[in-house]
Design a protein around this ligand. Structure first.
Ligand SMILES: *Cc1c(COP(=O)(O)O)cnc(C)c1O
Length: 466
């Protein structure tokens, strides 16, 4: 999901010889792209914690999401340690299941939910509600009422209507609800336009520049049933440096200083949202978690010193950075078609048994992915390939530009790396293809089905035949 400026994509430049060179060894796994537990055995097959991926594919069918539990827990632990003293909320929209939310709770993290549905998974997982933060730009009265009754720790307020709605819910429940006000800090993170959320012209939060944020704070402070604990900003997704956060922190602290000057209160929390990037392809180079944490801390301390403010407690909301690298998708190849391009070049269209229904990110965001043959070693020369799905849509692309061995053929298994975030959670049932299962493996446990495969019977069950 690196930004693609106007102009041709590298895949379009193959005839001019401008495509990035193929990797030296198509069988090698780039360690920062694959889960910790994934290896290629000397026999050629991929193994996740010593369980052969082809065997898992035979047992559970394809397409299949494989989740490395240890990798996810390790990453969560790293975040908790790096952000020691701050609050880390896992953004469950990236991927949620009851078992995974139990791991999140066990690792000591908080949880970010954005709908009643996501909250229901937390409830089923018996997630400690005081560590839950409720987001969303249009939460319904039912959702708010339920959240308040469950005792969620924080609600992030996104609109003027919501201030009144939530104040009433809290009053009726006889509690004082802790809230944050979401502000739009006017930062456009370095990422694809459709997922950049902090520039002014978009639906989230209250604008700082227009004064709407200051007015929202004032209105919240007037509600006896609401306790304003801080402000929140989220500047975007798949961000590779902390400069955007620097501007966001600067402007947020400015608001905190203004709030103190106008209302005489120092708000104790500053939530800088999620958005930290991960490696989808070998050349992606995300910043280390510990560096992110120390950068954010330093920025916050410096900004607060300038205004002589007590440093608020920092909170972050990683989604992709925790679960993205922990999962892979396994597909089976059905067809391989050579298509002639200009200048005598050709491209192989490799069709797999899933597609945009289990991974909409390539179609939506022009995302990049890494793909390898999963069940065998190949010494065949590299071939430019496009891995596509089985949907009735020419934009149904899983990996736009991939180097696969020339001998890739029907029945081969392919594994796509880093599909843990926004793939299963954004999956659809387009063309009435049931959504794939999620199977977890760890060094000591599994395979364990966290989410079973959706069958045609499941899909037909919704159709009343009326
Ligand atoms: C989506 C989202 C996140 C998580 O974003 P990632 O890019 O997955 O880290 C965090 N906070 C808010 C408010 C979000 O909308």
């Amino acid at each position: 999901m690196r930004p693609h400026p106007a102009g041709p994509r590298h895949g379009d430049l193959v005839g001019d010889g401008l495509l990035a060179a193929p990797p030296a060894d198509l069988n090698a796994l780039s360690s920062h792209v694959w889960p910790e537990g994934m290896r290629r055995a000397t026999s050629g097959e991929l193994r996740l914690h010593d369980r052969p991926v082809p065997e898992l594919a035979r047992s559970f069918g394809t397409p299949l999401f494989l989740l490395d539990e240890d990798d996810f827990r390790q990453r969560s632990r790293e975040y908790a340690q790096a952000f020691d003293g701050a609050e880390v909320y896992y953004a469950s929209k990236a991927f949620s299941s009851v078992a995974l939310l139990r791991w999140v709770a066990e690792e000591g993290l908080g949880l970010d939910v954005a709908t009643g549905g996501e909250l229901a998974v937390a409830e089923r997982a018996e997630f400690p509600m005081e560590r839950v933060l409720f987001h969303g730009n249009n939460k319904s009265v039912d959702e708010l009422t339920h959240a308040v009754e469950l005792g969620v720790g924080r609600v992030v307020i996104d609109s003027t209507e919501e201030i009144r709605r939530l104040a009433r819910c809290a009053e009726e429940a006889g509690i004082r609800q802790r809230v944050l006000v979401r502000v739009t800090v006017g930062v456009e993170a370095h990422t694809h336009e459709f997922i950049a959320t902090a520039h002014e012209d978009q639906k989230f939060g209250f604008s700082l520049a227009s004064g709407a944020a200051a007015r929202a704070v004032e209105l919240v402070l007037l509600q006896p049933s609401l306790e304003l604990v801080g402000i929140h900003s989220h500047i975007g997704s798949q961000i590779f440096d902390t400069s955007g956060f620097e501007v966001a922190a600067h402007r947020s602290v400015e608001l905190l200083a203004e709030v103190r000057a106008r209302h005489g209160v120092e708000l104790p929390e500053l939530n800088l949202g999620g958005g930290l990037g991960i490696a989808y392809v070998h050349s992606d180079d995300p910043i280390a978690t510990s560096d992110v944490a120390s950068n954010l801390r330093a920025i916050l301390e410096r900004e607060c010193r300038a205004y002589e403010l007590t440093v608020p407690r920092l909170a972050v909301e990683p989604g992709r950075a925790l679960v993205g690298p922990s999962m892979v998708t396994v597909y089976q190849v059905g067809t391989v078609k050579q298509v002639a391009l200009d200048a005598g070049a050709s491209r192989a269209y490799v069709s797999v048994d899933g597609g945009m229904s289990d991974n909409p990110r390539t179609a939506l965001y022009d995302a990049d992915y890494t793909v390898v043959v999963a069940e065998r070693h190949s010494d065949a020369p590299p071939m430019l390939a496009r891995v596509v799905g089985k949907h009735c849509e020419s934009g149904d692309i899983v990996v736009r530009d991939a180097w696969l061995p020339e001998d890739v053929r029907a029945d081969d298994l392919l594994a796509v790396a880093a599909t843990g975030a926004y793939c299963r959670s954004m999956a659809s049932t387009y063309n009435l293809l049931g959504r794939p299962p999620v199977v977890a493996v760890s060094a000591s446990d599994g395979p364990r089905v966290l989410i079973r495969r959706e069958t045609v019977a499941d899909l037909l069950a919704l159709d009343t035949s009326a």
